[in-house]
Design a protein around this ligand. Structure first.
Ligand SMILES: *Cc1c(COP(=O)(O)O)cnc(C)c1O
Length: 381
């Protein structure tokens, strides 16, 4: 493909196979549309994949982030540290729990939090850190774990970008923090249309999360049917954050394909790196040694970002920007007094960032076309 494609190449896109469709249809023909056996299958498969002892399915990544905080009783008077370079959902759930989101800067080469960017923000009110695996690269969890132990605070992970990534110590994301949140929105590693999950090795926490997703009730409908009782008790305040079996069946089928999806994403990322790394006006993000990247996003940094954005869009290349930092959003400026210039590494990156298309079915001639258009433009700069 050397000429402009007819349709916009999206920055991310789901891959749905016949096996996925059949898996969903089978649930529609069964007795359980929600809280049924497909949920159990999905949870068991996800726990095994992430080398964690338990997984709890929820109806979004945001619900997963919220449920993690609720499981720790985080509320009024508590502070939770999160990077400003993230999607707003990471901060919003802290506010919904009645706690204060304390934003911090990120390392300028990786855009990940480090002990150095977090530690100055720790106070006696800090209850947790939510590390964000920006673009699909795992943070340095052993280092973050040491910091959280030193201060007696919980280490949580927003791994909405990084399902399938592996830390330098060989451990899978999902097993590296006290609790880890995943999203299965269509652009993520696998999809359930909408959906999310938490993995943890702590059975008390997963029990609390299971109750929270079901109104805070101790027995769900299937458990009551199995034990032939109508009785249930509400033991904590909860919500309906349940995933349906239709969504879970798609998740089961998608998880089987995840290794293949990851390989395809890696090949695209490698091709971008090989072709763009020596361009003088283009800066790539640093990849930590010995990690396996999930390549959810492929952000590059360019000096004239908005001009580059306009040019690539005009060439039907669906680039995007991830993210405007949380502290620049009007809500966070109004409610929490955040201001421009507070987090220089994240802000400088934000002004230069542009995410190139990457998804398993992105064809290699399309990748070549994207590379050619980028170089064509940046040489003229
Ligand atoms: C996608 C995403 C979320 C939210 O997930 P949803 O499933 O859309 O609710 C949260 N944090 C990050 C970093 C994400 O990329």
């Amino acid at each position: 493909m050397s000429s402009k494609p007819e349709d916009l190449i999206p920055y991310g896109h789901q891959t749905i196979t016949d096996a996925d469709i059949e898996s969903v249809i089978n649930v529609l023909k069964s007795n359980w549309l929600t809280t049924g056996p497909a949920i159990t299958r999905f949870e068991e498969k996800l726990a095994a994949f992430t080398q964690s002892s338990d997984a709890v399915a929820l109806n979004s990544g945001t619900a997963a982030l919220h449920a993690m905080l609720n499981a720790l009783n985080i509320g009024e008077g508590d502070e939770v540290i999160i990077p400003t370079m993230t999607f707003v959902a990471t901060a919003n759930v802290v506010v919904w729990q009645g706690a204060t989101p304390v934003l911090c800067d990120v390392d300028s080469d990786t855009l990940l939090v480090t002990p150095e960017t977090i530690e100055p923000h720790i106070t006696s009110r800090t209850k947790a850190i939510i590390a964000v695996d920006y673009a699909g690269q795992p943070c340095d969890y052993p280092a973050l774990h040491a910091l959280s132990e030193k201060h007696g605070i919980a280490l949580l992970s927003d791994a909405c970008h990084s399902l399938g990534s592996i830390d330098a110590n060989g451990k899978k994301v999902g097993s590296l923090a006290l609790m880890t949140a995943f999203s299965f929105h269509p652009v993520k590693s696998i999809t359930t249309a909408e959906g999310g999950a938490i993995t943890t090795n702590d059975p008390e926490l997963s029990k609390r999360i299971r109750q929270f997703r079901n109104h805070g009730i101790d027995l769900d409908a299937r458990q009551r049917e199995t034990s032939k009782t109508w009785r249930y008790q509400m033991t904590q305040l909860g919500l309906n954050y349940r995933m349906s079996d239709i969504h879970a069946a798609l998740g089961v089928s998608q998880l089987s394909q995840l290794p293949e999806f990851l390989k395809k994403r890696q090949r695209i990322a490698d091709k971008y790196r090989q072709n763009l790394s020596s361009e003088k006006n283009i800066q790539l993000l640093k990849v930590r040694n010995h990690i396996t990247h999930a390549n959810h996003l492929f952000p590059i940094r360019v000096p004239q970002r908005d001009a580059m954005y306009g040019w690539l869009r005009s060439q039907n290349i669906g680039v995007n920007v991830h993210y405007m930092p949380v502290h620049l959003h009007p809500y966070y400026q109004r409610m929490f007094n955040y201001r421009t210039d507070m987090f220089p590494a994240a802000e400088t990156a934000f002004n230069e960032l542009i995410s190139l298309p990457i998804f398993p079915d992105l064809q290699h001639d399309a990748v070549s076309y994207i590379i050619e258009r980028i170089i064509h433009y940046s040489v003229k700069q």
